[in-house]
Write a protein that binds this ligand. Structure first.
Ligand code: PLP
Length: 427
């Protein structure tokens, strides 16, 4: 749309607050580490796909030219074979895990399958998997598949909006429950569970717990060890900025590793892969959860994102995340609530992850108009949800201020009306 004013909106309330908050931000300079081709474009989708860390390009060049091009197959022995272990070790402290408890492997969906199968497999009398309806669909499909394969069943606890479902979870965790599996931060509302509290609840009922940390890793303080969590999985391409399709992570508490068996006993999980034994003998410890050959290019691309999170420090990242989401909500209240945007995320920052969801009956055309003419990228979650991911390593309060003013301008002028067309494949 010609003449659409992109800001900054110095006359709108909150402008000087945004500038002041950015000036006082101790991790503001991390933004420089990310590829930002067009500073007018406000990217609020780091909870789907994190921005590209600049350090990725030289790392990939080294890998492709020196290690693949020149080193060829020799590079497996020189650097590649244990790369997923080394990167898992770097991730471990960011989620409160100990050395030897985390590997990078497969996708989140596949890792969830491996661990849910293993957990239900060792539970002889209990057959129920408990989850909630705020969980990501892949989790629900996988858990139902696992239950079906092992003669179990899934009880899906209903959650209402963003209120705490603790009482319903407690009721579902009866003597039949073998496993509780939840997303620590819900993909739509951003509701975030008290991991330690929920884990204790499940353990009191005799069930083990499998967390999906996809919307928490790299942005929320997680202490798997202190919380007593049994198992966890998660994506690395969101707040960990690992790149599109980057492989996922998998955590198994050390004392459980001997008793849980992977349902995909691939050669990478064998005690001696190059013995080429006809029989499977699981490797010791977490390595037995490997299945097959890792995507080395993607693994190498993940390193920079993990380094940034470690250097910025998860406490400073969380403090900025809360500041960004609080500021967004204050701006919503004043400028967007009167235009029919409803808050679909918790008001309490303790129970909120790093994205803010707004619902609006015209969310789809608004999403398209924001991207096409507003130069703001959120994402759309059916039926009426606009999701704004706030990534502390590169988003700023001024971006939040400007984005809210652009949303307001589009909604007030009806500039989104021509965008009510067909849905795209990826929203
Ligand atoms: C909470 C959660 N779990 C799992 C997934 C899917 O993971 P994958 O497609 O890598 O298996 C997503 C994807 O966005 C997600 O948000």
């Amino acid at each position: 749309m010609t003449g659409f004013h992109l800001g900054p909106f110095a006359g709108a309330t909150g402008f000087s607050d945004a500038v002041g908050l950015d000036e006082a931000d101790p991790i503001f300079d991390f933004r420089e580490r990310y590829h930002v081709a067009d500073p007018e474009l406000i990217y609020l989708d780091g909870n789907s796909l994190g921005r590209l860390p600049r350090a990725v390009l030289p790392r990939l060049e080294e890998l492709v030219v020196d290690q693949w091009g020149d080193g060829l197959i020799r590079s497996w022995n020189e650097t590649w074979w244990d790369l997923q272990i080394a990167i898992g070790e770097r991730l471990a402290p960011l989620i409160g895990a100990l050395p030897g408890e985390v590997i990078i492997s497969d996708s989140t969906s596949v890792n969830l399958y491996k661990l849910a199968m293993a957990a239900l497999g060792v539970s002889e009398s209990r057959r129920k998997i408990v989850t909630d309806d705020a969980n990501f669909p892949t989790d629900l499909y996988v858990l139902r598949g696992v239950a079906g394969a092992l003669g179990g069943y899934v009880e899906m606890v209903r959650t209402e909006g963003s209120t705490s479902p603790m009482a319903s979870l407690e009721a579902a965790l009866d003597e039949e429950a073998a496993l509780l599996s939840l997303s620590s931060t819900a993909f739509k509302s951003g509701y975030t569970y008290d991991i330690a509290g929920v884990t204790a609840l499940a353990h009191r009922a005799g069930a083990s717990v499998l967390w999906d940390l996809s919307h928490s890793a790299g942005v929320m303080p997680i202490d798997l060890e202190a919380s007593g969590a049994d198992m966890a999985v998660g994506c690395t391409y969101k707040y960990l900025n690992g790149g599109p399709g980057a492989p996922a992570f998998l955590y198994v508490r050390r004392d459980l590793q001997g008793s849980l068996a992977s349902p995909i006993p691939g050669w990478w999980g064998h005690a001696e892969p190059f013995a080429f034994d006809l029989d499977y003998q699981p490797a010791e410890g977490i390595r037995s959860f490997h299945s097959g050959t890792m995507p080395i290019l993607s693994l190498a691309a993940m390193e920079a994102g993990f380094t940034d999170v470690a250097e910025a420090g998860i406490d400073r990242i969380r403090a900025k995340s809360v500041s960004l989401t609080e500021f967004f909500i204050r701006q919503w209240e004043e400028h967007l609530a009167p235009l029919g945007f409803a808050l679909a995320s918790p008001l309490d920052p303790e129970r909120r992850g790093s994205h803010v969801s707004l619902s609006h009956p015209e969310a789809w055309p608004l999403d398209r108009a924001l991207i096409e003419i507003g130069m703001v990228i959120p994402d759309f979650r059916a039926p009426d949800n606009l999701r704004f991911g706030l990534a502390p390593l590169y988003n700023t309060h001024l971006e939040v201020h400007t984005a809210v003013q652009r949303i307001r301008a589009i909604a007030m002028t009806g500039a989104h009306a021509p965008f009510a067309g067909e849905k795209l494949t990826v929203t």
